[in-house]
Design a protein around this ligand. Structure first.
Ligand code: TYD
Length: 212
């Protein structure tokens, strides 16, 4: 954990349709019950400028490098304005996606590869990583089915199956490279089973954090 941090940095990842958004309010409420001050935020977004960039990223066609740079531009604002100040104050951050999504979607899905993302990561947040990342994982056919049943699809959600295969492969690779930070959640399980897993992990995290 970096020296500036007093709070804890939690992130949620997974391909579109993996169901992470369902669990964010549950985690937030549970942490609040345990006496933790938690800031819920998301990427791309989380700041006024970041939300403006999100609109462009989700709906306007652009070159893959432009897309990647804008993801990191939004992230830089988010870190400086929201994430770091909250962590310094001892609050916890619950972030719907972070740089692992750039590795998976731009590096994998869009086939940019990991090296460019690593360079940007080193430039924008060399000393900051989430302390705990939940990777919501499920067979892609189920994820796609869930998406089709939902709303109007954005630029990413409209991608072909092969895009999501690559994205998921990169997520798995990231998780294998950092098994202490990542925790896999089998999203095909019933919601209450997933919440039991999350609840146990949250208790453990709070205990560890309080005993520091
Ligand atoms: P998402 O988090 O799934 O929000 P919603 O549930 O409202 O659709 O949408 C954000 C999209 O942005 C998602 O398709 C993944 C993509 N994304 C990237 O491609 N790279 C990134 O670095 C981040 C943070 C997100």
């Amino acid at each position: 954990m970096s020296a500036i941090k007093n709070g804890l940095f939690l992130s949620l990842e997974g391909v579109d349709g993996a169901g992470k958004s369902t669990h964010i309010p549950f985690i937030e409420t549970h942490l609040q019950r345990l006496g933790i001050e938690v800031v819920v935020t998301r990427e791309p977004g989380g700041t006024v400028l970041g939300e403006t960039l999100r609109e462009l990223l989700l709906h306007k066609d652009m070159d893959i490098r432009t897309e990647t740079l804008l993801m990191f531009a939004a992230r830089n604002e988010h870190i400086k304005q929201v994430i770091e100040p909250a962590l310094v104050q001892g609050k916890w951050i619950l972030c719907d996606r972070f740089s692992d999504a750039s590795f998976a979607y731009q590096g994998g899905g869009r086939e940019l590869g990991a090296t460019a993302i690593e360079t940007l990561e080193q430039w924008v947040h060399p000393d900051l990583q989430p302390d705990q990342t939940w990777l919501f994982d499920l067979p892609l056919e189920i994820a796609t089915q869930r998406l089709q049943n939902s709303r109007v699809l954005d630029r990413f959600e409209q991608e072909q199956a092969a895009f999501f295969v690559r994205t998921q492969q990169f997520y798995h690779q990231r998780a294998q490279q950092d098994p202490h930070r990542f925790s896999l959640v089998d999203s095909s399980q019933p919601i209450h089973t997933i919440q039991q897993q999350l609840q146990q992990q949250l208790h453990h995290l709070v205990e560890l954090w309080q005993s520091r």
